[in-house]
Design a protein around this ligand. Structure first.
Ligand code: PEP
Ligand code: MG
Length: 315
């Protein structure tokens, strides 16, 4: 019965009172885009392009990349596609792009920081995306991972715009970026919160260490504070603030994120129906009440319990 109800969940994401929150998919390959593109998803909120680079000894050529990006863009038609540039390092090691001798790879040369030693990697990727855009007539959005400062955001935006990509953003997944979200948003068109890494860096807790799961929790009020600050900056500047970490696929958290002012939620495709259902059964005001309750809590379990107490029983 629950499966049957969820299978009917196909419309665009919106609260019970019609406040739109785009529901997007996280993908890793062009084949994923073809699979999810066949369904009712509103677009792709995170294309993790490093998957194209995995299990290779050299980087894919510009033409190889352009073909993969064009395939993904074609699969999504006129729906939104947010392509993330290479996020190599730490939990995503790549033979040709990561330094093997780092003692603290999560704090090292990962994500956009690779541009310091290897600008050709991101330049080739942006050129490939520009070519895919020209070949398909689509208008992809592009964003860089692991941005810490407004200067990095400005540097990335200049490179992306030079490659002909019009809509440029960065991920907010380092606390410094969340605390300075207004200054970062002044440099770009949108941001997307990576709550997996934001929780890791806020709580100083390795995302790969299962025994620290109680700390590595997006319900930690400190993490929610940073999400709230970022969403507020987006509202002030009138620019989109999405979430593309795993937390977006938790139906209760999706309501809280909506209440905090996030404008889109990107998740594993399997989580979409339950999140769509939950949104449709709560008003924006209810989501805001849940967000206030979670922010006022003194612990992660309490934040979750207090939000849940305000949710409709079917969530
Ligand atoms: C995140 O950090 O939340 C995120 C979406 O990026 P990834 O999981 O690929 O690091
Ligand atoms: Mg991340």
């Amino acid at each position: 019965e629950a499966d049957r109800l969820l299978a009917q969940e196909t419309g665009p994401g919106a609260t019970a009172d019609g406040h739109a929150v785009a529901l997007l998919a996280n993908i890793g390959t062009a084949a994923d885009a073809e699979r999810v593109g066949a369904g009712p998803v509103e677009g792709v909120g995170l294309f993790r392009t490093e998957v194209i680079f995995l299990e290779r000894t050299t980087a894919p050529t510009q033409d190889e990349q352009a073909e993969a990006y064009a395939q993904a863009l074609r699969a999504m038609g006129d729906r939104k596609v947010v392509v993330r540039t290479l996020d190599a390092g730490a939990d995503k090691p790549l033979a040709f792009a990561t330094q093997p001798d780092e003692e603290n790879p999560a704090l090292g040369v990962r994500g956009y920081r690779l541009v310091r030693s290897n600008p050709a990697l991101v330049e080739t990727q942006l050129a490939a995306l520009g070519a895919a855009q020209a070949a398909t007539g689509s208008t992809p959005w592009v964003m860089a991972p692991m941005i810490a400062t407004p200067a990095e955001a400005r540097d990335f935006a200049a490179r992306a715009r030079a490659a002909g990509v019009a809509t440029v953003g960065v991920m907010v997944e380092i606390p410094a970026a969340a605390l300075r979200a207004r200054e970062i948003l002044a440099e770009v068109d949108f941001v997307s919160l990576g709550t997996n890494d934001l929780a890791q860096y806020t709580m100083a807790t390795d995302r790969l260490r299962g025994e620290l799961a109680d700390l590595l929790d997006v319900w930690q009020p400190a993490v929610l504070d940073l999400v709230a600050a970022t969403a507020r900056a987006g509202q002030e500047l009138g620019k989109p603030v999405g979430v593309c970490g795993e937390s977006a696929g938790d139906a209760l958290m999706a309501l809280v994120l909506t209440g905090l002012g996030v404008t889109s939620l990107s998740m594993s495709p399997g989580a979409l129906p339950a999140v769509r259902f939950a949104l449709r059964h709560h008003t924006r005001e209810q989501c805001e009440q849940m967000a206030r309750a979670a922010l006022a809590a003194s612990s992660a379990p309490q934040a979750r319990a207090d939000a849940l107490a305000l949710a409709e029983p079917q969530v």
